[in-house]
Design a protein around this ligand. Structure first.
Ligand code: HEM
Length: 318
């Protein structure tokens, strides 16, 4: 049989590869001979993926709710994949940093734009029934969402705004006790942690603290300051960071808030949120002023954080 030069060249390369590792090349060629051809469905584990929806009620719209949460978590996973590459890059160039931030921003924008699937895509009557079977679980318990925040900024910027000055030099363990999201899951009447929060902290508390410590000098805000110090930051990078700040701390929270208004707002009294919390005081970005990159905004930007939009969005879904 005639072997083309291309095949001969590949065989020689393979021989070199296997010889270097002391391996028997014909055995590997047998493996190739007997192996099945790869299929699309096996490669992406499609059957497993499609078997991961287990509604707790017979309401058809619960399936939409589950799948959209799963889609969101997959996007979060993509974001964390980029976050890790940024913090681990040696050396980190502003070019690489910017390119990876652009990816994260694209993912967040896809989520913000698609949130209408939640806002308009389920029957309110079905939602209000099936949600009662899901208590005390809440999207609040998304660990990946919080990890993205811990990659994006210094831990202190995630502390509730009235405690930031006081805790600026405190250990991360102390700052952790005052992270902004604790107030989103504290019972209004008693001031006690909700079960939603207790379970969340039990599962992820240590992971968040460890990640915060590991990222002290590698979170995006710290990396920005280091590049600035070396004179290597530029406007493209800073614009991308500003965009991330707006995507995570204003745009996504607002489209999410819109769904809470659509399903949970009822005159004269609001329908209780999962943890018995006041979601109307907690969810709108203008109250908490979560800002990842304070040095990139003017005082006026900070003053107006998340304003303007809220009235528009809430007004359109009544
Ligand atoms: C109909 C759709 C939705 C409604 C009505 C809704 C409602 C709420 C409410 C009321 C809260 C406040 C905490 C609580 O009491 O549970 C919350 C928090 C949260 N939800 Fe949703 N949610 C919806 C969809 C989603 C989706 C699709 C995700 C994607 C993972 C998500 C992720 C979150 C996160 C990350 C928080 C915490 C936000 C923060 O701490 O600022 N939610 N949600």
């Amino acid at each position: 049989m005639h072997l083309s030069p291309e095949i001969e060249e590949r065989l020689a390369q393979l021989q070199e590869k296997y010889a270097a590792m002391g391996q028997d090349m014909p055995a590997y060629l047998d493996g190739l001979l007997y192996a099945d051809f790869l299929t699309y469905w096996d490669y992406i584990h499609l059957d497993t993926l499609l078997s991961l929806q287990s509604p707790k009620t017979p309401f058809p719209d619960e399936e939409i709710f589950i799948i959209y949460h799963q889609i969101t978590e997959l996007y979060f996973k993509l974001m964390l994949h980029e976050c890790k590459q940024i913090t681990e890059a040696q050396p980190l160039t502003n070019h690489f940093f910017t390119a990876r931030l652009q990816r994260i921003n694209r993912y967040f924008e896809a989520l913000t734009q698609s949130f209408e699937i939640m806002v308009d895509g389920m029957e309110k009557e079905q939602f209000l029934k099936f949600r009662m079977s899901l208590l005390p679980a809440s999207g609040f318990q998304s660990g990946q969402y919080r990890m993205i925040e811990i990659y994006a900024t210094d831990f202190i910027n995630l502390v509730e705004k009235d405690k930031r000055a006081e805790l600026r030099d405190s250990p991360i363990e102390d700052q952790f006790e005052h992270l902004y999201w604790k107030s989103g899951a504290t019972e209004l009447a008693t001031g006690k942690k909700t079960l939603t929060l207790k379970q969340f902290e039990k599962k992820y508390g240590k992971t968040f603290i460890d990640l915060g410590k590991a990222n002290t000098n590698h979170n995006f805000n710290a990396l920005l300051q280091q590049l600035k110090y070396k004179g290597e930051s530029n406007s493209e990078l800073e614009n991308e960071l500003r965009q991330l700040d707006v995507n995570v701390n204003v745009n996504w929270p607002l489209s999410h808030y819109k769904s809470a208004v659509r399903y949970l707002q009822r005159e004269p009294e609001e329908i209780k949120a999962t943890g018995g919390t006041n979601w109307q005081k907690y969810l709108p970005p203008r109250f908490q002023k979560r800002i990842f990159y304070p040095s990139l905004w003017t005082e006026q930007d900070v003053e107006n954080w998340g304003k303007g939009w809220v009235e528009k969005i809430v007004g359109s879904v009544q």
